[in-house]
Design a protein. Structure first.
Lengths: 152, 152
DNA sequence: TATTGTTATACTCTATAACTATA
DNA sequence: TATAGTTATAGAGTATAACAATA
């Protein structure tokens, strides 16, 4: 039985997750926490409310993740300069270094995987994956829209 | 800034998960439980120990997942014919129907996504993804091996 | 009155360790 | 003595709801 392209894509996603989880193992970091660090690195210092929106989770969840990351020394809570309700979360310098290193490894992995593809196939591969990602994103957005409609 | 191929692949993985989770929403099913159902559909009636190995999860975890799926009527526990320690888990007929339908939708999604790719790019895409999956699998296995060695 | 974050509570997934029944 | 599954316990991630402080 031939393997569907879809199954290979799912396998790739699983392998990524497993590899990431293994890389964090022993550091006290988890997938959810690294995701938050990643978002912080890209967005810069942010309120917890903004982090909740960017991560698409509840504010309550951000409280828990920030609690953990603060305890492990990866982030710092500072008061908002004008809004006393808000809290600004920012990476510590060691965490910023860690994230920069991770981004480097990420680019390196990208190159390693691309090197496994025959040079004459690369352009078509890039186009095909971009097309699939776009199509899938449309499908997911449509499905979510229908659900919202059904719920109202 | 150009998007890395790796980032698109990660995005595709996330979108799949989100779409799956949305599809189960309201049915009482979760990603972990559907995964177990999927394994059961492919392996046929199995002991919990075999399910633990196939899902790469602890036996304790299987107990919990089977408890939930039994309560929701998706699986049935029956005694092992010869080994009185063992339990055989099998899909109920309704769950078998559900899984067959899901497999159909899965193949349909595969076709839909492939249809978004230019016909002349498809062969190269298939080859490229297969090459990447193989390379990544090798990397993950190697990394796990090093870790095992370090732990001993 | 609306918003930000937290406390309270609960559920799922996951793990390890100890235990029971059986092989 | 080893194996299959469960109970006990624990921790992370997630959610909703109620609440305090502030806007």
């Amino acid at each position: 039985m031939e393997t569907l392209l879809l199954d290979r894509l799912l396998l790739i996603g699983e392998l990524f997750q497993r590899d990431m989880a293994r890389a964090f193992d022993g550091t006290g970091l988890t997938t959810a926490r690294v995701h938050l660090l990643w978002v912080l690195q890209h967005a810069g210092p942010s309120t917890q409310r903004d982090l909740a929106r960017l991560c698409e989770v509840t504010p309550r969840n951000i409280t828990g993740l920030v609690d953990g990351l603060e305890a492990s020394g990866h982030v710092r809570r500072t008061p908002h300069p004008t809004d006393r309700r808000s809290v600004i979360v920012e990476l510590t310098s060691t965490a910023a270094d860690t994230m920069a290193r991770m981004q480097g490894e990420h680019a390196e992995l990208n190159d390693t995987l691309l090197a496994a593809v025959a040079p004459e196939d690369r352009a078509a591969l890039e186009r095909g994956i971009a097309a699939i990602a776009t199509r899938l994103e449309t499908l997911v957005v449509e499905a979510a829209g229908e659900e919202d409609q059904a719920a109202s």
